[in-house]
Design a protein around this ligand. Sequence first.
Ligand code: NAG
Ligand code: NAG
Length: 451
Amino acid sequence: MPRMHCREAAFKIDVLIVGGGISGLACAYALGRSGHRVRVLEKTDGNLRGAGVRMPPNLTKILVEWGLEDELKKCQPCRKTTFISYDNGDTLGVLEWQEDVLEEAGGQFLLIRYDDLYKMLRNLALSAGATISYDSTVTAVESAPTPCVHVNGTILTADLIIGADGGKSLLREFVTKEEDTGTNGGHTFYTVFIPIEQVASMDSRLAKWAHAPQWPIVMGDDRCALGFPTRTDYCFTVVWPDAEVPGASDVPEGWDTCPTSKLDLSEYDRTPGRRLFNLAPIAQRAKYVYRDRIKDWVDHSGRVVLVGEAAHPSIPHSTHGVSMAIEDAEALGVLMSHLSSPEQIPQLTEGFQELRQKRCDFIHFGEMSNWAFSMMPPGEERDSRNTLLRESLKTGIEHWDDGMLREQWEQIEVGFAYHMREAAEDWWMKWGSLGNGVKSNGVVPIKIGIS
Ligand SMILES: *[C@@H]1O[C@H](CO)[C@@H](O)[C@H](O)[C@H]1NC(C)=O
Ligand SMILES: CC(=O)N[C@H]1CO[C@H](CO)[C@@H](O)[C@@H]1O
């Protein structure tokens, strides 16, 4: 499919993006495509780590519009989620992504390795004219008189600075004027990749997972696991309480590796998860650090804006973390394609926050509740969860009438049923074109009589 027609801004600006992960590269593409001159500053050498990524329909739809349809065709599709008990390996329930739901959502549900998605986005960013500088750690930011960052002992200036520097974000501290409030979440995510052919060659209990288009969730007491196949590897993640892993509380935030033998999964002998996990000697490790929602994504000058995890920190491996980051990029790119004067920048960055914040917070709370749902301690609540899940085995998702499950499901559906480009264009029609009323201090014009 040809790429969507792209509008080039009448007024082109210099943009610096701090952070060259998924979020930064997606922004680099979206802004480059809108005609702006983009430079990405990435602190690592570009060999970023990550686990597996679930790409829900509304994300894959954006990527198709960005011209990636052929690459996506090679990805492993996902058709259902199976809920399994950590204690005995029993299947508790299924949630099928029915063809008509996916169709309505306008895209496929696909599974991919982080590094494969990362490479696709890097190629897109470069193709849109962005430059990427690696080994470039930003140590300070300023917004007045001119937005600039300090990097390698020099100062780089721009018209707009985008903070795509992840959960532990220097740019967030600059925008909120508050120190990072991250607190230890008490759990760490351990991910292994096992070549898909190796899994396929195991005995039937394991082999059946190798090419199954599904994403099983293993639900335990204060712990859970999830897995899925990608084109090349089976990606399996165990979420474990730090209290049970010597030294885990002292692990720094970010991605690193550790031996899989650090986790004692012997109690879970009966579950296929344990065997999968033990097939790989080394796991990728990501600590969960909890952060509160923040009020402002844009600094007072309107020329420093946060996106992705820097704006709305989430859980590692969340279902919508990557899709929220890429929707952010799409939204900012569409808005900035309307730029016709420098004074308009603060209006559009404020508009970006207005457009995105509610949705990201809503999706985030949905993810938090799904997480709690998957790690319930034994007790009445868990028993009723399991009863409801077992019902779904008999009846299928349409009959998940009970409040809790229904709500859970609707959260997921709202996540899918969204069109970022249209939402951004709508915002522009309503507010952006009132641009002559913009004040240069970044205040969006007061909205009277339009809804
Ligand atoms: C910073 O220095 C590294 C090498 O030390 C270089 O690769 C990188 O491009 C520099 N970044 C910038 C923005 O000058
Ligand atoms: C990119 C995108 O947002 N795609 C779809 C999301 O879901 C809605 C409604 O279900 C579709 O209309 C969009 O095309």
